[in-house]
Ligand binder design. Sequence first.
Ligand SMILES: [Zn+2]
Length: 67
Amino acid sequence: MPLQPCPICQKPVAPRPENTSQPFCSRRCRAVDLGRWLGEEYRVPDRQADEREDEMPSDGSDRGHDA
Ligand SMILES: [Zn+2]
């Protein structure tokens, strides 16, 4: 089971028993992550770019109407 890289610095994360800062590689990165949560906007790259409403009816039949 491959471990995910540290979400902060992308370095490989050590397994649990020796690394109590999982899923981060170190306590420092965990603090950085916490700071992001509290401070700036934190976006989780978990969204699927599948929910797009790009359907624009370029009909234009209702335009140029003589009102
Ligand atoms: Zn890290």
